[in-house]
Design a protein around this ligand. Structure first.
Ligand code: GLV
Ligand code: MN
Ligand code: MN
Ligand code: MN
Length: 405
């Protein structure tokens, strides 16, 4: 075993994988060739360090220092997949930092008294099959096998078909309580997806909570007809209903102090000179508490139904996913604060994470690294080199504090 690749080398090797040459954004979708390259990278990093490599029944990758079966393990990691045209940091920063932190522990000569493991959770963003955190949800039993088998991508390819095409056994998927029971603490490092740390002048922060959030699909069905010959009064135009619904979402979110986004739509037949027959829009909405979120989504749906009635459009609303509020475990959070020093800011987030899914089963915490652009899910997402180093050192301190006493 030679010298382990440095942070810089790991980052450089991962940088071209799944990158769109035009937008410079990443397209690393679950079970695609770009995802396979990321997975091969993870495996190579594990092997370069002499770690015990395994893939669990749900396709999540693990790299163990110490006995995987001993229990009370301290685990760190994140995900390598991306949203369409995602940034370089959301996900990969947590995985690369995990390897670098382990290297730092070894450099320090710290001797773990608990097993340490690194993880890459599969399909965190849900960019392909519409549901986020598929790997961790399956493991935690928050997604049933039947529901997972029903997931389909935009081309009609099912999750099992995609897994099989990538060389994984889709019949193996399901809850993994025995594996999760062997984890004593999970700490996910993540680039911040806002500007709180930039404003407070801190390189690293600790997560307090994740807002409840969900995805709702709105199907507006109207009538296709000629754009030139159909009088306005004779139209059943679902695009119009959709447009009014987008405005309602903005209005209701603003009223409630929440957020609501229609970031993905599809239109049939999608012809410039045809009134659409079907417009499908996906609402992503999040709020600090469940009641507020319910209020927003109910109000948006009511506004959409009223407008649909006026437009002669049929509306179907399907809740595709929902994640309740996550309050990270106070004891572990306090321990992190003690290890990193009382000055470390504690902040909440509107972004979803595997850590949020696992927190129902495993003591879980998160570290955030400053993102001076405040932008995420876009190529503009950023973290400076010094802050990345600060993140690695903080994670190493945490792993040492938790696992090396
Ligand atoms: C995933 O990053 C999400 O919060 O949507
Ligand atoms: Mn993300
Ligand atoms: Mn992420
Ligand atoms: Mn996420």
């Amino acid at each position: 075993m030679g010298e382990a690749p440095s942070f810089h080398e790991m980052w450089r090797d991962l940088a071209p994988v799944g990158r769109d040459t035009r937008t410079r954004g990443y397209r690393r979708f679950a079970w695609t060739p770009a995802d396979a390259e990321c997975r091969a990278w993870f495996r190579a990093q594990a092997e370069a360090r002499g770690l015990t490599y395994e893939v669990d029944r749900n396709g999540n990758q693990w790299a163990w220092a110490g006995d995987p079966t001993a229990g009370d393990a301290v685990v760190t990691g994140s995900h390598l997949d991306s949203v369409p045209d995602g940034g370089a940091f959301d996900g990969p920063l947590g995985v690369v930092s995990a390897f670098a932190a382990l290297d730092e522990l070894r450099r320090r000569g710290a001797v773990p008294t608990r097993p340490l493991a690194l993880v890459n959770f599969g399909d965190e963003e849900g960019a392909r099959f519409g549901l986020a955190c598929v790997g961790s949800r399956l493991a935690a039993g928050q997604l049933t096998v039947e529901a997972a088998h029903r997931l389909r991508d935009g081309d009609g390819i099912s999750l099992p078909q995609a897994m099989e095409a990538a060389g994984y056994d889709p019949d193996a998927i399901g809850p993994d309580p025995e594996r999760l029971a062997r984890i004593g603490a999970f700490v996910e490092l993540h680039v911040e997806q806002g500007r709180a740390l930039d404003l407070s002048g801190d390189a690293v922060g600790i997560a307090s909570a994740i807002w409840p959030h969900g995805r709702w699909r709105f199907d507006f069905a109207g009538e296709a007809n000629h754009a030139g010959t159909t009088r306005l009064v004779d139209r059943r135009d679902p695009m119009l209903t959709y447009a009014e619904t987008v405005l309602a979402a903005r209005r209701e979110a603003q009223l409630a102090g929440a957020v609501a986004t229609f970031g993905k739509i599809s239109c049939e037949p999608n012809g410039v000179n045809a009134i659409p027959s079907l417009v499908r829009g996906w609402l992503d909405s999040r709020a600090a508490d469940q009641t507020t979120l319910d209020t927003v989504v109910t109000a948006v749906e009511r506004a959409a139904r009223e407008r649909a009635e006026r437009d002669g459009v049929d509306l179907t609303v399907v809740r595709e996913s929902f994640t309740p509020v996550v309050e990270f475990e106070h004891a572990l959070r306090d321990e992190l604060a003690k290890i990193l020093g009382g000055h470390t800011p504690v902040l909440g987030t509107g972004a979803g994470h595997d850590a949020g899914i696992l927190s129902g089963t495993v003591p879980t915490a998160m570290l955030f690294v400053r993102n001076p652009t405040g932008v995420s899910h876009s190529p503009a997402e950023f973290a400076g080199e010094d802050d990345c180093v600060a993140g690695v050192l903080a994670l190493a301190d945490v792993l040492e504090g938790l696992a090396c006493r």
